[in-house]
Design a protein around this ligand. Structure first.
Ligand code: M7G
Length: 182
């Protein structure tokens, strides 16, 4: 008998095909709900560091689309980990795996608030976001941020910021406004 996870999770893959809408380019790959099925999937797909520029992996609770518009995300936001170019080789895959393990292992006190996580592979620097459901739930948001920073062993001098999706959508230029930091 396999070891069940508390939630069923879905892996999504985004590829930047300019002839399609952003939404159409999000492809649902597979769902899993046991530890064993997670590892066989993980061992089967390319590590994030080997994906092409412009692609994303997203891992979300089953039933939640990796999009701002989803009912579970629309009042939420994300903890953002911005990586510099050289971190693709040494940190990206470890961060992404550690985040997945926090998600599927329900590592947070407020795991109910977690919707999923996204890794963006980008020329200008890769990003990982951990998406939560309610940006106004400051206790949950801050607890999740602190736990992430601790579990990923991010040095204290590095600040993580939380962006509300609504602000990301309205954002003009590259100025990002963080609503919380840890
Ligand atoms: P990104 O891929 O999150 O980051 O957003 P990047 O700028 O580093 O590539 C790029 C663009 O993708 C956004 O400006 C939107 O046009 C589109 N996009 C991203 N997300 C997360 C969404 C979403 O949730 N919904 C919709 N409709 N478009 C999105």
């Amino acid at each position: 008998i396999k070891h069940p996870l508390q939630n069923c999770w879905t892996l999504w893959y985004y590829e930047n095909d300019r002839t399609q809408t952003w939404e159409k380019n999000q492809k649902e790959i597979v769902s899993f709900q046991t530890v064993e099925d997670f590892w066989s999937l993980y061992n089967h797909v390319k590590p994030a560091s080997e994906l092409r520029q412009g692609t994303d992996y997203s891992l979300f609770k089953q039933g939640i689309k990796p999009m701002w518009e989803d009912g579970a995300n629309k009042r939420g936001g994300r903890w953002l980990i911005s990586l510099d170019k050289k971190q693709r080789n040494n940190e990206l895959d470890r961060y992404w795996l550690d985040i997945i393990l926090c998600l599927i292992g329900e590592a947070f006190e407020h795991s109910d608030e977690v919707c999923g996580a996204v890794v963006n592979i980008r020329q200008k620097g890769d990003k990982i976001g951990v998406w939560t459901s309610d940006a106004s739930n400051s206790a949950a948001v801050v607890e999740i941020g602190k736990k992430l920073k601790e579990r990923l062993n991010i040095p204290p001098r590095t600040t993580l910021g939380y962006e509300i999706h609504k602000d990301t959508i309205d954002k003009t230029g590259s100025v990002s406004k963080y609503s919380y930091t840890v």
